[in-house]
Design a protein around this ligand. Structure first.
Ligand SMILES: Cc1cc2nc3c(=O)[nH]c(=O)nc-3n(C[C@H](O)[C@H](O)[C@H](O)COP(=O)(O)OP(=O)(O)OC[C@H]3O[C@@H](n4cnc5c(N)ncnc54)[C@H](O)[C@@H]3O)c2cc1C
Length: 478
């Protein structure tokens, strides 16, 4: 008998296929599409020709292990399954390789995982666990750095500059710098406003900064192309234009329905990030809060404009706003900057969201007021209930795994998350699995963290709207 572990999803109508849908919303649409175009990002435009993939599924196939989603996480999981465990997975992607956040981010590869600070790890889990978690995340950064070294992806090493956007944020940064140095052993530095201006950038918002030594900026699509090439060279199949619309399980075999055929697999790994539909699989229903993030890239700056903005470094930068801005000078002297966006997909194309980003750029860099914006886009990041990712097998009786929940901080850690998910799928134990990001499942995320019942899921966005207003007030005035 066929035991259903997922419900049937509705495909977009054929007339909608292929075009990028700027209003796509994971809480509204059943799949992210079927062979859709990429978002109009600078990265896609500048990555060069994509390496070949295996095209759409066009018949029923047997696959051993299926990974759903071809972003950094899915490709890394498939790569490490092949490289370290001799398992040649099949990746199923609804649209095109790296179509989700992986082709839309700021390319800031941080020594981090999720959105909590190390001080928050200590407060939440105690010092001993925080130290072990740090060792794991640091190893994750090494996994990422090693892959970056294997791929021509315009890498910009130089760490992470964390700017205090108001004087009152300096004590917070000083505490972080001290804990990072004294407890975790990182060579952090606090810099004055003048030192930041002399060595890095003339950001009018800056009141001082924390410099973290680890951090690599990358061209995310070039990096993803590298993951794809390396994985396929080891026998991984990557089927694009193959949205998984239904999953059922019989006698331990999973049947994944795509428009072109059913894929049978002994194990399934979900790497669907913020593009996870609530109908995809019961283990992921209402477990991720998809949140939009905005990004733009300017035209190349003239030498005078670069001088006016005071860019002396390509180290990537974030600021201390809760609705933070993150930016860097790219190779070729364009500036990429990102921040918050709309609450719903339907509202995402409204120009006021881009206006907020442009106003942030101008406030930081009055010298760039007349610089054209060449690219603007947005994407859905995957926020978990506690702002930390989970790499889990949620039910030991089912060969179903997931790796997601980076909260907009997954460029780097997705490589290691994919590697750890590969270990789990291959049945290899690891002491790291005792850590909270590996030993507890995703829960229903509630932005107010008050009402935990999934019945309240539709109301989460009302809470998010209220929180954004509060954060904006607190960031700028209180
Ligand atoms: C604007 C923006 C800026 C960001 N900046 C940074 C940054 O500077 N640094 C940082 O660390 N992080 C950043 N992030 C977050 C980062 O991009 C992500 O954490 C990372 O790319 C996650 O990769 P992923 O593979 O887990 O998910 P994704 O890249 O989102 O991939 C998920 C894939 O799953 C596919 N999928 C979903 N459902 C199905 C289905 N039913 N069938 C088949 N396929 C399916 C989707 O089509 C998608 O391609 C940013 C994100 C955005 C949107």
């Amino acid at each position: 008998m066929l035991s259903k572990t997922g419900s049937h999803l509705t495909l977009p109508s054929p007339s909608q296929r292929d075009r990028y849908d700027p209003q796509y919303d994971p809480l509204v649409h059943a799949t992210p599409g079927h062979g859709r175009d990429y978002a109009p990002t600078y990265w896609v435009a500048s990555a060069g020709e994509a390496p070949p993939d295996d095209g759409a599924v066009h018949a029923d196939i047997d696959a051993d292990v299926v990974i759903v989603g071809s972003g950094f996480t899915g490709l890394a999981a498939a790569l490490f399954l092949a490289r370290e465990h001799g398992i040649r997975a099949t990746v199923l992607e609804a649209n095109q390789t790296a179509w989700g956040c992986t082709s839309r981010n700021g390319g800031q590869g941080q020594n981090a995982s999720g959105r909590l600070y190390r001080t928050q790890w200590i407060a939440r889990w105690g010092l001993e666990t925080a130290l072990k978690l740090d060792a794991e995340i640091r190893q994750g950064f090494e996994t990422f750095s090693a892959l970056v070294n294997e791929v021509a992806c315009d890498a910009q090493p130089g760490g992470h500059l964390y700017i205090a956007h108001r004087d009152k944020k300096l004590p917070f940064l000083q505490t972080q710098a001290r804990v990072l140095r004294d407890v975790f052993g990182y060579d952090t530095q606090m810099l004055s406003r003048d030192e930041v201006r002399e060595r890095f950038v003339n950001d009018a918002d800056c009141h001082g900064a924390l410099l973290e030594p680890l951090g690599i900026g990358v061209h995310p699509v070039k990096l993803a192309h590298g993951y794809l090439r390396m994985a396929r060279a080891l026998g991984v199949k990557v089927h694009t234009a193959s949205p998984v619309t239904d999953i059922s399980t019989r006698d331990g075999i999973h049947y994944l329905t795509t428009p072109g055929g059913v894929v049978r697999a002994r194990a399934v790994g979900f790497a669907t990030g913020g593009y996870t539909s609530n109908a995809l699989h019961p283990s992921l229903k209402n477990k991720i809060m998809p949140v939009l993030s905005n990004s733009l890239v300017t035209r190349p700056l003239t030498p005078q404009e670069r001088e006016g903005a005071g860019f002396k470094s390509t180290t990537f930068i974030t600021d201390t706003r809760t609705l933070r801005f993150y930016y860097r000078l790219l190779p070729g002297d364009r500036v990429q900057i990102g921040s918050r966006s709309a609450i719903t997909g339907a509202d995402a194309p409204h120009p006021r969201h881009l206006d907020i980003l442009v106003a942030g750029l101008h406030r930081k860099f009055p010298a760039l007021t007349h610089v054209d914006i060449d690219y603007s886009w947005w994407g859905w990041v995957d926020v978990s209930h506690d702002m930390m990712p989970r790499i889990m097998q949620p039910d030991a009786r089912q060969s179903v795994f997931y790796a997601l929940g980076y909260g907009g901080n997954g460029v780097s850690f997705s490589a290691h998350a994919g590697r750890r998910m590969a270990e789990r799928i291959a049945g290899k134990p690891n002491r790291a699995f005792d850590l909270p990001i590996y030993n507890s499942a995703l829960e229903f995320p509630n932005v107010l963290n008050a009402v935990r019942s999934p019945l309240f899921a539709p109301f989460r966005r009302i809470g998010q709207r209220g929180l954004y207003r509060w954060y904006a007030l607190r960031d700028e005035y209180l």
